[in-house]
Design a protein around this ligand. Structure first.
Ligand code: NAD
Length: 282
């Protein structure tokens, strides 16, 4: 069994990004990510902090706009509009989830697609489906980078994605399909998830339930990519896979933490860099 080491790969990617940021700076381009945080959810605040710190490490600017939980939708839309037309801003990210009274899809659709470094705007989602160049959500793209680093071939492989959210499961399934895999997607209404996981060469899990995937659900030699992040009552961070019992059966597996999480951040930085680099051509 080998570990798919996202921590190692993300550090390598950050070194490369840092060099490219320095080059852009020499050309008077200063990549800048704007992050909007609405409300006081501690997990969201901690993700935003991690993203800002990562930007700092590679020499990118971040501007965090913290807004109270009772912020009106109109005010948030105004802020997005302001950032859309601000030439200094290369990427705009609205930390999810948003408070219930705000329509998330309306907010995501308001972000200019050329600054939508999270890849959640319908234009980017559509382009990704067609395999066109666009911003691709950081978590699924980070997973693809991780598989590629370990030369894991996807063409012809039987893959299952457990979890079908718009931000992780669905875009991941699209990327796998476009890479030539045969893809099943399971979700809360799937009658028996284990039917799909047992026959899969590669199992991807993005649900948010500790120990959802157990040893009996995985075939010998399978690859397991655990995207889930769960904070246990004792403070430990775990994924959706019973790592201890599943790992010995796998050819490769991602740890939590240190697997997909750091790849998500590194890929977000790459997306922001990609946006800033378009200024070189202007
Ligand atoms: P979500 O709640 O939006 O979606 C969860 C999906 O899981 C849904 O499609 C739902 O139908 C499905 N589901 C729920 N219970 C299920 C079950 N018993 N069996 C099969 N499917 C089931 O969540 P999300 O935003 O996609 O996040 C999923 C997990 O991934 C969370 O733990 C989240 O913290 C984590 N996450 C990690 C990263 C990272 O960088 N590693 C990034 C984003 C999300």
């Amino acid at each position: 069994m080998k570990i798919l080491d996202g921590k190692m790969l993300s550090s390598k990617i950050e070194v490369q990004i840092q060099k490219e940021v320095e080059f852009l700076n020499q050309n008077f381009i200063y990549p800048t990510l704007a992050v909007i945080l609405v409300g006081d959810d501690p997990a969201s605040a901690s993700y935003v902090k991690m993203k800002s710190k990562a930007c700092e490490r590679v020499g990118m600017n971040t501007l965090t706009f913290a807004m109270p939980s009772n912020t009106e939708e109109e005010i948030l839309l105004e802020k997005i509009h302001e950032l859309n037309i601000d030439n200094k801003i290369d990427g705009i990210l609205v930390q999810l989830p948003l408070p219930k009274h705000i329509d998330s899809s309306k907010i995501l659709e308001a972000i200019c697609p050329s600054k939508d470094v999270d890849g959640f705007h319908s234009l980017n989602v559509g382009r990704a489906t067609l395999g066109f160049e666009c911003f691709i959500p950081a978590t699924p793209l980070g997973v693809m980078h991780l598989l590629s680093e370990y030369a894991i071939e996807l063409r012809g492989k039987d893959c299952v994605v457990v979890g079908a959210s718009n931000i992780v499961g669905k875009p991941l399934a699209t990327l796998l399909l476009n890479a030539g895999a045969t893809v099943s997607v399971c979700h809360i209404d799937t009658k028996d998830v284990s039917i799909y996981t047992k026959m899969a060469d590669i199992v991807f899990v993005a649900v948010g339930k500790p120990n959802l995937i157990t040893q009996e659900m995985i075939k010998e030699g399978a690859i397991v990519v655990d995207i889930g992040i769960n904070r246990l009552s004792d403070g430990r961070l775990v994924g959706d896979v019973d790592f201890e019992n599943v790992a010995p059966k796998c050819s490769y597996i991602t740890p939590v933490p240190g697997g997909v999480g750091p790849m998500t951040i590194a890929t977000l930085l790459q997306n922001t860099l990609q946006s800033a680099k378009t200024k070189l051509k202007r």
